[in-house]
Design a protein. Structure first.
Lengths: 434, 175
């Protein structure tokens, strides 16, 4: 059996192992190591891969930022920063029809700029915005759809944990990805708000409006909500301006959110310890997946399969956009069976050479990847954000949540299409500031 | 046994991430010193590198104790015993992987000990840090063993069982 056949067989074994309940990170480690052994014939080299890859990841400073951002998101939730952002947004746009839903989208975008995680954003905002919207007789499908879809902004808006993982795997600068995500993030927010308005044109009874707030009240709410705005400005402003590194920015953000939680007396000893404990589980899970992806990536590279596939696709003379759309379609279909993040990590070793071979910017592809993952987070059957909402409100039927998501899914697809057709939406800002 | 290892892993994770918090506070002191007075904390970069290793390694036992990992669990929806059997298979692989990781990390620690490897600036020996990381990853072995025993008991149960990992997560993801 040649090395390419071994690579294909390895990929097949990986899929089978994952479908047999083997955790994704572990499956990549086991299959990757076994394939490495078959190709090199060296047991000691194969075993040492376990050690060297663990050492590489534990000493990886870029990846360590994941720990800081995850903790920062946890403390921000306890500090009530999400409620502040929501109140500010509501004060300014709550008087429009469906204004609370739109404020929820802005709240998700703002909290996502602190939390860095889609699940944390959806869960935190749901606790605040869902009761408010229900009180004002918003339809359950609109409420649930807004929250599940709005939560995805946590992954797209910098700082994003998924972007850190992509940047480490593809060896791109995290800060370039954070910059590239700004315009697509704004585009998604605008399209989500448009989706709410269009939905209300079709079903005007799905939401009401609030009385318009006076300017002094708006200013008062804005002043009260200065905390999270300040954190976002300090952390992201500091990182973008080069005043401090991404790790330092995350460290500063972590301390600031902790100070807010302490000053507001929202944090008890028990919640502090619980946040540390819960974050630890997520941190190790991400480390294990990336260790697995690296070991599996070694095996694939050794098999020459990624370069052969890239060469074969190039040889077909297909228009680059057809290849890109095929890859995006593959990810959307993969998202129906796999966790979207896991799908991205395990396909990067052979997808990235293809995208690079076609001459596309890998920072742009990172943004496209995150946007596809967003779609995977709200599409059946896995759609993790849907289950976050379902977990918080078991009485809302899954069908109602998915019905509510449909308009946002269309908005997501439009945003994705625009970023693919006009890569400048993502690449302009990092190019301009480089 | 599972409760005991959960408690131990909980405190290890808390201590590891508390160290990271302390590091973040020192980071602000370092930035302030550097930007305001032109005097960063000497050797801070070395301390950062070492603390990050221990903090990250301290998270692993907690992750295993809570079964926090991404797994696709569609096949197990066919029958409860098949689900438990496949979960057992996945957790056995996980146990095997952590045995090898702990073993290889131990060898790496011996290597840095014998070579006398130190940090760049402070010239601090790095082997105690890698020794700690090895111990933390070695703790994963009994933690995961306890999980395997617990799932084996479920697999052998004479009564049909509900999915222990279901809760609010989607049917396909154990996270």
């Amino acid at each position: 059996m040649g090395s390419i056949e071994t690579g294909i067989l390895g990929l097949l074994c990986l899929v089978i192992a994952i479908l047999l309940h083997v955790p994704v990170g572990i499956a990549m480690i086991v299959v990757g190591a076994a394939g490495y052994f078959i190709l090199t014939g060296s047991l000691s080299s194969m075993l040492s891969l376990f050690g060297t890859e663990t050492v590489n990841m534990l000493t990886n400073r870029d990846f360590a930022v994941v720990m800081l951002f995850l903790l920062m998101g946890g403390f921000a939730g306890i500090a009530g920063l999400s409620a502040d952002i929501y109140r500010v947004a509501n004060a300014w746009i709550g008087h429009f029809k469906g204004g609370l839903a739109m404020a929820t989208i802005l709240g998700c975008a703002g909290f996502g700029a602190i939390a860095g995680s889609s699940i944390a954003t959806a869960a935190t905002m749901a606790k605040i915005a869902l009761p408010e919207m229900e009180k004002r007789r918003y339809s359950l499908s609109l409420c649930a759809g807004t929250l599940a879809a709005g939560g995805t902004l946590g992954s797209l808006n910098p700082p994003s944990i998924i972007m850190v993982i992509y940047a480490v795997q593809v060896e791109q600068f995290v800060i370039d990805l954070f910059l590239a995500a700004i315009l697509p993030g704004i585009l998604s927010v605008v399209l989500f708000i448009a989706a709410i308005r269009l939905q209300l044109l079709l079903d005007p009874a799905a939401a009401g409006s609030e009385p318009r707030r006076g300017f002094p009240e708006r200013l008062r709410e804005t002043r009260r909500g200065l905390g999270p705005i300040l954190i976002i400005v300090i952390v992201m402003g500091g990182i973008y301006s080069g005043f401090f590194t991404v790790n330092e920015g995350a460290g500063v953000g972590l301390v600031l959110t902790l100070i807010f939680a302490l000053l507001r007396r929202t944090m008890t000893g028990a919640t502090f310890l619980e946040t540390l404990y819960e974050s630890a589980g997520s941190i190790a899970m991400l480390y294990l997946i990336v260790i697995g992806a690296n070991i599996f990536g070694y095996f694939l590279t050794l098999s020459h399969m990624p370069s052969e596939i890239a060469g074969w696709i190039e040889g077909q003379g297909l228009p680059p956009l057809v290849v890109i759309f095929s890859l995006v379609l593959m990810y959307i279909l993969l998202g129906c069976v796999f966790d979207a993040l896991a799908g991205m990590v395990l396909t990067l070793p052979f997808v990235v050479p293809i995208v690079a071979e076609l001459g596309y910017d890998l920072v742009w592809w990172g943004i496209v990847n995150v946007m596809v993952i967003e779609i995977g987070m709200i599409t059946p059957p896995i759609g993790i954000n849907v289950f976050v909402i379902k977990g918080l409100r078991p009485d809302i039927p899954l069908r109602t949540i998915f019905r509510g998501i449909a308009p946002f899914l269309i908005a997501n697809l439009v945003a994705l299409l625009l970023v693919i057709l006009f890569p400048q939406i993502a690449t302009w800002l990092p190019d301009a500031l480089r | 046994m599972l409760q005991a290892v959960r408690r131990a892993s909980r405190w290890l994770a808390i201590l590891g991430l508390a160290a990271l918090l302390v590091l973040s506070v020192l980071m602000i002191a370092d930035i302030s010193g550097r930007e305001l007075f032109g005097r960063p904390i000497s050797g801070f970069s070395d301390a950062t590198d070492l603390i990050i290793i221990v903090a990250a390694a301290a998270c692993f036992p907690a992750s295993l104790a809570n079964r926090q990992h991404i797994a696709v669990r569609f096949a197990g929806m066919l029958h409860w015993r098949l689900r438990e059997g496949l979960d057992l298979l996945g957790h056995l692989f996980m146990l095997l992987v952590f045995v090898v990781i702990a073993w290889q990390l131990g060898l790496y620690t011996l290597d840095v000990f014998s070579s006398g490897q130190t940090t760049w600036l402070l010239r601090v020996p790095v082997w105690p840090v890698w020794g700690t990381a090895t111990v933390l990853l070695a703790v994963c072995v009994p933690v995961q063993l306890a999980q395997v025993v617990a799932i084996l008991r479920r697999f052998l149960s004479p009564q049909p069982l509900d999915d222990a990992a279901a809760d609010s997560s989607p049917p396909a993801v154990e996270a």
